[in-house]
Design a protein around this ligand. Structure first.
Ligand SMILES: [Zn+2]
Ligand SMILES: [Zn+2]
Ligand SMILES: [Zn+2]
Length: 84
């Protein structure tokens, strides 16, 4: 709960040393960030990430909640780019 103010005022607080929430690998930019789960994902895991059934009920598609983090900033584009 202590992150709520940062979340609303300044956007997500990105981790200093992100670790993929799926495969536990250390991440370097660019990596994926799920705003719904507030968790980091490597690109392969991010593309397969699906938050929860409630997310699907809201019209979410697989990987759609994950945005690319590059240069310390969160992409404004939802989803991760293809390739690599
Ligand atoms: Zn991963
Ligand atoms: Zn998620
Ligand atoms: Zn989602």
């Amino acid at each position: 709960m202590d992150d709520v103010i940062a979340w609303t005022n300044r956007g997500p607080r990105l981790p200093e040393s992100p670790i993929c929430a799926t495969c536990d690998s250390d991440l370097a930019e660019p990596y994926g960030w799920c705003a719904g789960c507030r968790a980091a994902y490597c690109l392969p895991c991010g593309r397969k990430h699906f938050c929860a059934p409630t997310c699907a009920a809201n019209g979410c598609h697989v990987g759609l909640c994950v945005r690319l983090v590059e240069g310390g900033a969160l992409s404004e584009t939802w989803g991760l780019p293809d390739g690599e």
